[in-house]
Design a protein. Structure first.
Length: 495
């Protein structure tokens, strides 16, 4: 009630300011920004976008066909220039020593443009996002740096991730973080940290590297009163924990601490509750391990979800459901969902760290279906996912979080082609990499798949038993008790 009252008081103050005809657009800008931010916090991104456009028009920041063409041309020239730079330090120095922007209209426009980028990401409008990023990049390199520059370069970095250029994305991400030292803007600091460490650097570094920075982002956002961004940082940290193989009980504890603090209607609150229920299902604290229904969330709510960000929420729900099916061994349901989803999550949420597990969530059951049925549609779909994984590795994820996924896909592909010895070697390499890198859940999955392969080919039952027992140890370390019980029953029945 207190929060609602403060919001209404803020909106009344803003309306009073905006109704005063004697004030200029610059005098009204603070009120406009307060309203825009309020709309964002109350999950009205479409209304926030409309208001942003009104303010930009008043600031003479318009997007005519000719101007958009100039932005795109400048972006292309910049991409070519970056490609020719031999040393990253040279490019970084070029940016840091840009002059300060002094054009008043452009300074105020940049404040609005950075907000527009965030809303277009939630609304999954990639075309508009690219258009805004091009404008901000052109102005920055032509007119200079501003307080918003850390956020500008964070979005610029994301635009490279969208293109699949993880190295250039990482370079611009580091520039965004470096600029935080040049400009004292607390809200920009939290937002930049979240964007870089959730959307950019996980594609070229170990996902576990994102955990501490995202906690720091949470504290920065809390200190400046940006509760929404603070919760996004916590959500991002929990995603990093899940992908990197942190104990599920640890993730459960954090969810229990934070979920009650977030209004259920908020976007980040819904995402965190879906994540929490996924973890509870993996632990086994639910009636049906394949339905996200329980203490954290009820998947029946997804049918009632009607808001501007409904597609965003549903996209995440299906991604979490695929991940759940993967570790519950529900290959039939998982295959159906994989064929339905295709690349939708990756296309609609480019750069999201959750995308790092999208290929394994869809690819593993598809390879299993391809081996069992020999149907062309499953073979083609699984090969497409394997090809995407290889492209990721070639584009800079070779030291990241999907190396062992590539080895697993190669092993499954070798089985399809009847290359038994190749498959055995690839499984063992994948197990070794996942174990050393700390991906305990993936190590368990690799052990389990290798054992399944050995049993299906009747190669070595004792070795298969060993790998199933290793899978149990890794699943226990992760905390996936329902899977542990399933494999124990399998060992008793088959071995």
């Amino acid at each position: 009630a207190g929060s609602l009252s403060r919001r209404r008081d803020l909106e009344r103050w803003c309306e009073e300011i905006l109704c005063r005809n004697e004030l200029t657009i610059y005098d009204k800008l603070r009120a406009y920004i307060c309203l825009i931010d309020s709309m964002g916090k109350n999950d009205c991104p479409d209304q926030a976008v409309d208001l942003c456009r009104v303010v930009l028009e008043n600031l003479d920041c318009v997007f005519t066909k000719n101007q958009v063409g100039r932005d795109e041309e400048a972006m292309s020239e910049r991409l070519e220039a970056i490609a020719k730079i031999e040393h990253d330090d040279e490019y970084m120095q070029l940016v840091i020593y840009l002059p300060l922007m002094d054009d008043r209209e452009k300074l105020q426009s940049m404040t609005i443009l950075t907000r527009l980028c965030g809303y277009f990401m939630i609304l999954q409008d990639k075309q508009s996002f690219a258009m805004i990023v091009s404008r901000m990049a052109r102005w920055t390199f032509h007119y200079g740096l501003s307080l918003e520059s850390p956020v500008v370069f964070a979005y610029y970095a994301i635009s490279f991730i969208i293109r699949g250029d993880f190295a250039a994305g990482a370079l611009n991400g580091w520039i965004a973080l470096s600029l935080l030292e040049e400009f004292s803007n607390r809200k920009a600091k939290a937002r930049t940290i979240f964007l870089v460490w959730y959307y950019v650097l996980p594609w070229s570094r170990h996902i576990r590297d994102s955990e501490r920075p995202l906690i720091a982002g949470y504290h920065f956002a809390t200190d400046c009163g940006d509760t929404r961004m603070s919760f996004f940082c916590i959500f991002g940290k929990l995603i990093a924990d899940l992908i990197s193989g942190r104990p599920l009980r640890q993730i459960d504890d954090v969810c229990r601490a934070f979920v009650p603090q977030i209004a259920q209607s908020e976007l980040v609150g819904t995402l965190m509750r879906i994540l929490w229920q996924t973890v509870l299902n993996l632990i086994g604290q639910c009636e049906d391990v394949n339905k996200l229904v329980g203490e954290g969330w009820n998947e029946l709510e997804i049918a009632l979800e009607e808001s501007p960000h409904s597609p965003y929420v549903k996209n995440h729900f299906k991604a979490f459901k695929s991940y759940l099916y993967l570790f519950n061994g529900e290959h039939k349901r998982s295959v159906d969902l994989a064929m339905e989803r295709q690349d939708q999550f990756l296309e609609d949420n480019p750069g999201s760290a959750l995308g790092l597990i999208d290929l394994i969530s869809r690819g593993m059951p598809l390879f299993d279906a391809a081996q069992r049925t020999k149907k062309k549609r499953y073979i083609n779909a699984s090969n497409k996912i394997r090809k995407t994984c290889k492209t990721w590795l070639q584009n800079g994820n070779g030291v990241g979080s999907v190396v062992h996924h590539g080895m697993l896909f190669d092993a499954e592909k070798a089985i399809l082609e009847g290359k038994v010895e190749d498959a055995k070697g690839l499984y063992k390499r994948g197990i070794a990499f996942a174990s050393r890198a700390g991906f305990v859940q993936d190590a368990a999955l690799l052990h389990e798949r290798y054992a399944t392969f050995l049993l299906s080919r009747k190669i070595n039952s004792e070795e298969a038993r060993y790998h199933l027992e290793r899978a149990i140890i890794f699943y226990q370390e992760w905390g996936a008790q329902s899977r542990v019980q399933f494999i124990k029953q399998r060992v008793s029945a088959q071995l």
